[in-house]
Design a protein around this ligand. Structure first.
Ligand code: TA6
Length: 295
């Protein structure tokens, strides 16, 4: 579907920010912005309650150059999460966040919600990075909630093993004002402390930096933000890992696209299947990673 046609659907418009095309959706439930570069959701502002704030954070100095992922929103990490285990020269968090996805469909649903489908498939370029034939779609539904479904199909003749995540950056009043619940019972793997492990008990209060994987976690997470007086609810399906990341005062200095003093304004709570929670697909098998955000 050509981007010009996208703008013909009710409530959907198309613009450009530096090198990146931006699709804006406005319906009776919410306003959202998405770029086909990486199929990255950049903004989701519900219409209720009145004056609701954006759920997502995008760095004020994010690059929209098409040369690197936009810092913020919901980048898609696929088909590996973090550094490639065998070849650190390959791009971190896989390669689909660095590629322009095709807009395969945009329509208004009977409920008045808007559905957008983005897709990408293996090519000579991707086969050099990862030797599997695949088809990947991201279905986005903008309603009272923001729903994402990432569908992987293995079009290879061999078994495919992958890791993946919705690397969601949430906008928060201050990381000091947060309490996270829902992680109880999972195993926290602390990547900043030599991969030390501890069982999560009770509510999770933390002070940045934090870069932890909560393994064996398939339930919902709630970010309770006393400063913004809101609770962001993250529900997921077919996800066995949750990642919590914030660089804090020192590590932030290594990120050119995050102002040094703005790390308290976001928290990444990522839904995925990472580390040992791999997804294994036989030829022609399909897997759907789903996440729904509400507040
Ligand atoms: O999800 C946490 C993490 O993998 C961190 O280790 C951190 O570096 C972050 O993602 C950002 O990664 P990026 O490749 O987007 O700079």
């Amino acid at each position: 579907m050509a981007l010009k046609e996208v703008g013909l659907v009710e409530g959907v418009s198309f613009s450009q920010q530096d090198a990146l095309p931006i699709i804006t959706v406005e319906n009776s439930f919410a306003t959202a912005k998405i770029t086909p570069y990486g199929a990255c959701i950049l903004s989701f502002i519900p219409k209720s309650p009145v004056n609701a704030l954006d759920l997502l954070w995008v760095s004020p100095i994010a690059e929209f150059s098409g040369q690197k992922p936009v810092r913020g929103g919901i980048p898609i990490c696929w088909p590996w999460f973090g550094k490639h285990s065998a070849n650190p020269v390959l791009p971190a968090h896989g390669f689909v966040r660095n590629l322009v996805w095709t807009v395969s469909g945009v329509r208004v649903l009977g409920s008045g919600a808007t559905e957008l489908i983005f897709s990408i498939q293996s090519s000579d370029e991707t086969l050099k990075l990862w030797p599997y034939c695949f088809h990947l779609t991201l279905t986005v539904v903008i309603a009272e909630t923001l729903s994402l479904c990432l569908t992987t199909t293995n079009l290879s003749e061999q078994e495919m093993v992958l890791t993946e995540a919705f690397h969601s950056y949430f906008s928060v009043s201050d990381t000091a004002n947060l309490e996270i619940s829902g992680l109880e019972g999972s195993l926290e793997i602390d990547t900043l402390d030599g991969m030390s492990q501890r069982l999560q008990k009770g509510r999770f209060v933390f002070s940045p930096p934090i870069d932890s994987v909560f393994a064996g976690h398939s339930g919902s997470v709630i970010i309770e933000d006393s400063g913004f007086s809101r609770r962001i609810n993250i529900q997921k399906q077919c996800s066995s890992s949750t990642i919590v990341w914030n660089p804090g005062t020192e590590i932030v200095k290594s990120f050119k696209d995050i102002p040094d003093n703005q790390w308290p304004e976001f928290l990444c709570v990522e839904s995925g299947n990472v580390f040992k929670d791999t997804v294994v697909l036989m030829p022609n098998e399909m897997h759907k990673l789903k996440m729904q955000l509400s507040y």
